[in-house]
Design a protein around this ligand. Structure first.
Ligand code: UGA
Length: 434
């Protein structure tokens, strides 16, 4: 079986490299030639631990290649994994233009049976639209199948998520499609869950929105903790001991960001509303999440009163650790709000500075890009911790205190233990804890 992976963005690149590492013959294709040139030379354009090494290993092995000729990739592949992006439209729904375009191109280049596998996150019923597009534009009489195989990778741990998945969801409606996907994922046969296509599509959206709901839920509980003597860390720990609840995704803080949860929750809301279902539960999940910035700015103001001309070190800019991705990162809203208050900012992140600079260009007197966390802390009236990078967790706080104008920490991710930090002489504010 020859596999074509269409789209070499985040999901596509990991998928292409992962499938090649499983021993398959894979071609990755993308209309952005720069991405293809880089991938062919073993260069990963994003920061994703382990991906570069795995890419180079498989290029060397010879069963992985990249080209920007979509039509040729379609014609030479038996299976096509569709990994193009589905951005958010103004009304919250997913923009399916790229999926439609790819489907039409597959139809027009159908030179034999093809299995088309949806890998990108798509609304339930997308497969019906792909099938319709295929039927409308199909060249000749060749047959095809559509299947759903949603991706559950997390940025920052995508390689291990791909190579050691919790589950592989396969949505199919023919034995042929089922058998081909079972063959591709033979190595993981104990982890495969086979269902129909609509169900597989919905599993992806339902999972992401459920995780987002868990986060908004614990953030709501953290607000309650702040008004009482309860401590959200221990509430989460106590809750997580119940195996029905589980301990993951109960970390209170600045809320969820990234290219998936915010977009996927809104897309599921729109999907449900279009089908006449009351989606208030998930709308509230989104609202609670968006309100986390207000909550944090309030904390900063409570600690510093007037922010104008105060120097604030903003530490951690990526939407989560181990990535350079800043899409929907809480840091963006926080920086905007602090600039509105005319604060002076020194910004630092181990990987995401380049991306943040595209939004907040260098050269403005109120923004300094620091080369290290310690440089960002020099003369600061407060340190704001926004992403829980290991490097930030391991800062030498004694050294930090000496560098700062005022020893004040506002910790948006509960990185530190309140007692330890206060013992060092810091004024310390965190989330849902005293
Ligand atoms: C998420 C899902 O976890 C993946 O399974 C899925 O494949 C992916 O979306 C996708 O749809 O492509 P990702 O967005 O990379 O992955 O990152 P997560 O680790 O899930 O974190 C999402 C956000 O939630 C981050 O901003 C993180 O800081 C926040 N978060 C996470 C919390 O605020 N609290 C938690 O307890 C956990």
């Amino acid at each position: 079986m020859k596999i074509g992976v269409i789209g070499t963005g985040y999901v596509g690149l990991v998928t292409a490299v992962g499938l090649a590492d499983m021993g398959h013959n894979v071609t990755g294709t993308d209309k952005v030639t720069e991405k293809i040139e880089k991938a062919s030379r073993g260069i990963v354009p994003i920061y994703e631990p382990g991906l570069g090494d795995l890419l180079r290993k498989n290029l060397k092995k010879g069963n992985l290649c990249f080209n920007s000729d979509l039509e040729e990739t379609i014609r030479s592949s038996d299976v096509l994994f569709v990994c193009v992006n589905t951005p958010q439209r103004k009304d919250g729904s997913a923009d399916m233009t790229f999926v439609e375009g790819v489907s039409r191109c597959i139809a027009e280049n159908l030179n034999g049976y093809k299995l088309i596998v949806e890998k990108s996150t798509v609304p339930v019923r997308t497969s019906s639209w792909i099938k319709r597009t295929m039927t409308l534009y199909k060249a000749g009489e060749c047959s095809f199948d559509v299947a759903s195989n949603p991706e559950f990778l997390r940025e920052g741990s995508a390689v291990s998520d791909f190579l050691d998945p919790d589950r592989i969801i396969i949505g199919v409606e023919s034995d042929k499609a089922r058998d081909m996907l079972l063959k591709i994922y033979e190595k993981y046969k104990d982890k495969i869950y086979i269902t129909n296509i609509d169900t597989a599509e919905l599993i992806k959206h339902a999972s992401n929105s459920f995780l987002a709901m868990k986060i908004s839920y614990i953030n709501l509980i953290s607000d309650l903790c702040e008004k009482t003597d309860a401590d959200v860390e221990f509430v989460a720990k106590g809750m997580g001991l119940d195996s029905r609840i589980g301990k993951q995704f109960l970390q209170a803080g600045l809320g969820y960001g990234g290219s998936c949860f915010p977009k996927d929750v809104r897309a599921l809301v729109k999907m449900g509303e279009d089908l006449g279902i009351d989606m208030k539960l998930l709308k509230e999940v989104d609202r609670i999440n968006m309100a986390r910035t207000d909550m944090f700015i309030k904390k900063v103001k409570n600690a510093l009163w007037i922010l104008k001309n105060k120097k604030l070190a903003v530490l951690g800019l990526a939407f989560k650790p181990r990535t350079d991705d800043i899409r929907n990162a809480p840091s963006i809203h926080i920086i905007e709000r602090l600039l509105e208050e005319e604060a002076r900012l020194s910004l630092y992140d181990p990987e995401a500075v380049k991306n943040i600079k595209a939004l907040f260009p260098e050269g403005r007197p109120e923004i300094l890009y620091a080369a290290s966390a310690y440089q960002a802390l020099e003369g600061a009236n407060a340190a704001l911790f926004v992403t829980e990078w290991e490097e930030l967790k391991n800062l030498d706080l004694k050294k930090a205190k000496k560098l700062m104008e005022n020893p004040i920490i506002i910790d948006g991710r509960n990185i530190f233990k309140p007692g330890d930090v206060r013992k060092l002489g810091f004024e310390y504010y965190s989330i849902g804890r005293k």
